[in-house]
Design a protein around this ligand. Structure first.
Ligand SMILES: *[C@@H]1O[C@H](CO)[C@@H](O)[C@H](O)[C@H]1NC(C)=O
Length: 215
């Protein structure tokens, strides 16, 4: 279909505006025990946030690569078993994955005796890039991917990962998840520490995988 020139010009303008949407979400982990909003869920009385798990570290991709390769590694679910001992993700719909695609997340090490725990979640942000605003990272590109769990009336949670160019070939990776709703109290009591350890080890393993030139 051929669009009249004015319309294609408008679409071009809209898409360039979309890629420069300012990012005003978190860019650093807050001290353990502090709640953080997620890209879809604000911290309000009605959202009833219960706890946040957050992990961040600096990753330096090989010289011929850049920060987007970290996002590529995070989105390459079939290769998770090669580097990630904490979580596996399986797509539950045919490719390509996009916002709204269902995924099955299996975590290891949360329950005693190595029993896995599985949840079906939905991709909420896939390959977003934003410009950071109002923080020390003002003007830098922020790459974001996220998925969320929704169990109506029980709990919801969103796990987001951001990558920001720090300059000098380094990228700041941050991964955080906030749990909302009454069911989250049990999750915090039973699995909170395991989740913190899992997020830490996942970050270290991602760093080793990317810096080892595997992406
Ligand atoms: C990062 O690398 C990708 C793939 O090689 C390339 O397409 C992209 O333009 C690079 N981005 C930047 C900001 O240099």
């Amino acid at each position: 279909m051929r669009l009249p020139r004015s319309i294609s010009g408008l679409l071009l303008l809209l898409s360039s505006l979309a890629t420069s949407t300012p990012y005003t979400g978190p860019l650093t982990c807050l001290p353990s025990g502090t709640l953080m909003p997620t890209p879809s869920y604000p911290l309000t009385q009605t959202s009833n946030p219960i706890f946040t798990v957050c992990s961040t570290l600096s990753i330096s991709p090989p010289q011929t690569q850049n920060c987007t390769h970290i996002l590529t590694a995070l989105q390459d679910f079939p290769r998770y078993p090669s580097w990630n001992s904490f979580a596996r993700i399986d797509a539950l719909s045919p490719p390509p994955l996009t916002v709204g695609s269902p995924i099955l997340i299996t975590s290891f090490g949360l329950f005693p005796a190595g029993l896995p725990s599985s949840t079906v979640e939905l991709i909420s942000f896939w390959s977003e890039s934003w410009v950071a605003r109002g923080r020390q990272d003002e003007g830098k590109m922020v790459y974001l991917t996220a998925w969320k769990l929704e169990l109506p009336g029980v709990m919801k949670a969103e796990h987001a990962s951001t990558v920001v160019d720090e300059g000098d070939g380094a990228c700041r990776y941050m991964s955080w998840e906030t749990y909302f709703g009454p069911g989250s109290v049990l999750v915090r009591e039973g699995l909170g520490e395991g989740l913190e350890d899992g997020f830490e080890s996942q970050g270290l393993e991602l760093k080793a995988w990317v810096e080892g030139g595997n992406v």
